[in-house]
Design a binder for this molecule. Structure first.
Ligand SMILES: CC(C)(COP(=O)(O)OP(=O)(O)OC[C@H]1O[C@@H](n2cnc3c(N)ncnc32)[C@H](O)[C@@H]1OP(=O)(O)O)[C@@H](O)C(=O)NCCC(=O)NCCS
Length: 244
């Protein structure tokens, strides 16, 4: 494993996060396919853009490899299912927290033994229309602070990923409305008190951490836990991503 970072400490919610760059696979998924279930292979085949399909395959392979290691079973024995809202779960709930995200060529997967979690990764670079996007995803107070801080795309993406990670941890997904979730500044700081949609209450029951080590992407992980969140994250290279 490479690029490992460990911020673990006692009395925290600990998350293990693996990420990979699908560009390592060139134009063909190769040995990733053997790590996918039949439904995942079908979904892979239906994705039109090859880059999206590879990143999808990478994320699902990472979840299976990571869960297999944690549970001491084979990757294809990992029962990865989705609930009605689309939130991934490990069949039998032997590990309560599982989440994945893919964007551009990057993919990541995360597991937690003690809490439901959500992870989000965004690779998009600055675009026109940042102001309109900010008004859609930030609270009015956050929009004001974001503009006062210079209106940087990176700050907007930092807030986006924190909100999406929290909404994914809750299982609500972004349909719950990012603008109903106040994370502060942007860029958000974990110490800032959250205001959450009613379906996620209480606000003190959630923790998050921004991740700044996945290439140049904006990323965040969140947990349904009042304890501070710490993450151990590693980049997984192509050679480490085959069937054991
Ligand atoms: C989940 C969601 C936030 C994904 O956002 P995204 O940035 O496009 O994609 P990401 O790569 O970050 O995450 C995708 C993963 O999130 C997970 N996911 C899907 N729905 C989820 C939910 N409700 N809660 C938590 N995780 C969810 C899945 O594992 C999915 O992986 P897969 O598509 O490879 O199977 C977004 O699609 C969503 O909110 N969906 C919920 C329903 C919804 O709003 N639908 C829109 C109808 S117009």
């Amino acid at each position: 494993m490479t690029d490992a970072a460990d911020t673990s400490a006692a009395d925290t919610t600990q998350v293990t996060l693996w990420w990979a760059d699908a560009a390592d696979w060139g134009s063909s998924p190769g040995d990733l396919m053997a790590l996918l279930s039949a439904p995942e292979r079908d979904r892979f085949a239906r994705l039109r853009r090859p880059a999206d399909a590879l990143a999808y395959a990478c994320a699902h392979a990472l979840v299976r490899l990571l869960a297999a290691r944690e549970l001491g079973i084979g990757p294809l024995e990992v029962g990865l299912v989705a609930d009605l809202g689309g939130k991934p779960r490990l069949d039998g709930r032997r590990l309560p927290g599982v989440s994945l995200s893919h964007s551009g060529t990057l993919a990541c997967a995360a597991l937690c033994r003690t809490a439901d979690i959500g992870i989000d990764l965004e690779t998009s670079g600055p675009r026109t229309g940042a102001d309109r996007l900010a008004e859609r995803v930030l609270t009015p107070r956050e929009v004001g602070t974001w503009r006062a801080n210079g209106g940087a795309w990176a700050d907007l993406m930092a807030a986006w990923t924190v909100k999406e990670a929290l909404l994914k941890a809750s299982g609500l997904g972004i349909s719950a409305g990012m603008e109903a979730l106040q994370v502060g500044a942007p860029p958000p700081a974990a110490a800032h008190p959250l205001t959450v949609p009613e379906a996620m209450a209480p606000a003190e029951g959630w923790a998050y951490a921004r991740i700044t080590t996945i290439a140049a992407a904006a990323a965040a992980v969140a947990a349904a836990s009042p304890n501070p969140l710490t993450a151990r994250y590693e980049r997984i290279l192509r050679g480490q991503c085959g069937m054991p």
